[in-house]
Write a protein that binds this ligand. Structure first.
Ligand SMILES: [Zn+2]
Length: 224
């Protein structure tokens, strides 16, 4: 995808993030790795998502953090950069403040693997990154550590973050995490969640995760 098309896609996903109730106002941030892999595009800091145009999206080099663009990039640009440095498989990142996931993050409790979708989409239990202030280098280190090789992470007293091979997948992860947190709270009311076993997780990752869906179809939004 060209840089111009990717800028438009970043804007589309940021507006969806807002309309889906995953964040409010100008909070949250969205980025995507450019086709050459050496840079990423990220939303500007503190701008109304409905008013953002492609030229407001800032380009940042992964290796050096050099920024190109007329706007100040998201306060969490350093966090996004550290994830792209640590995870070559990550093509896009969405960071939100959705209330149900944030509630778990405030309680500093991980989300266990409570459904097959958690194993397949998140890659395991969603851990909580230790608290650090927004935009700080410490927060970036903590999030990278807690994310590990998985696709979702909770950020203590802050929110959550999803990664994926592309922007649609990263947004899907944030949406699924929000809904799985609701399921987890419902289970608590019903007597307590019972996570699936490690054996079942292994079977899922080696079996259903490879065979579910139509040949050639994108994985993710059609998980069982
Ligand atoms: Zn945030």
């Amino acid at each position: 995808m060209s840089d111009q098309a990717l800028r438009e896609k970043v804007i589309q996903i940021s507006r969806l993030m807002l309309s889906m109730g995953l964040t409010v106002g100008t909070s949250g941030n969205v980025s995507a790795r450019c086709e050459d892999g050496a840079s990423f595009l990220i939303t500007p800091s503190g701008m109304d998502y409905e008013a953002v145009i492609p030229d407001d999206i800032v380009k940042v080099s992964v290796a050096a953090g050099e920024r190109t663009g007329r706007r100040v990039p998201s306060i969490e640009t350093g966090l996004h950069r550290e994830i792209y440095l640590a995870r070559r498989d990550v093509g896009a990142i969405v960071h939100v403040h959705s209330p149900l996931a944030a509630g778990l993050a405030v309680a500093r409790k991980p989300l266990p693997v409570i459904a097959d979708m958690c194993a397949l989409a998140f890659g395991g239990q969603v851990e909580v990154a230790e608290y650090a202030t927004s935009g700080s280098p410490e927060l970036a280190v903590n999030v990278v550590e807690a994310l590990g090789s998985r696709n979702a992470v909770l950020m203590a007293n802050h929110g959550s973050l999803g990664v994926g091979s592309d922007l649609d997948q990263a947004l899907f992860i944030c949406d699924l995490l929000e809904k799985m947190c609701l399921t987890y709270y419902c289970a608590a009311l019903a007597g307590g969640a019972v996570p699936i076993t490690n054996e079942a997780i292994s079977i899922l990752k080696s079996g259903v995760g490879r065979t579910y869906g139509q040949p050639g179809a994108a994985k993710g939004e059609c998980l069982p």
